[in-house]
Design a protein around this ligand. Structure first.
Ligand code: ZN
Length: 77
């Protein structure tokens, strides 16, 4: 089972659509049972959609993963 740090590490490639189907399923399984990662993920996804609505092929925003780490700092397990 994926833990929070692994989930966070895969969020950037997940949002960048750089994961395999199996990896995507693992991330989704974690997000479905982990509230804090789910919240962090939805927050980042909404930002990314906003960013990409105006910029095609934009790279992930600078500091993306660090911000995710901050969001789940108080995450339980
Ligand atoms: Zn988690």
């Amino acid at each position: 089972m994926m833990d929070c740090s692994e989930a966070i590490a895969t969020m950037a490639p997940y949002l960048d659509r750089a994961l395999s189907e199996a990896e995507i399923e693992e991330v989704r399984a974690h997000l479905s049972h982990c509230g804090c990662c789910g919240d962090a993920f939805r927050f980042e996804e909404s930002i990314l959609k906003f960013v990409r609505s105006g910029l095609k092929e934009e790279a992930l925003p600078e500091g993306f993963e660090q911000r995710l780490q901050d969001l789940i700092r108080n995450c339980g397990d």
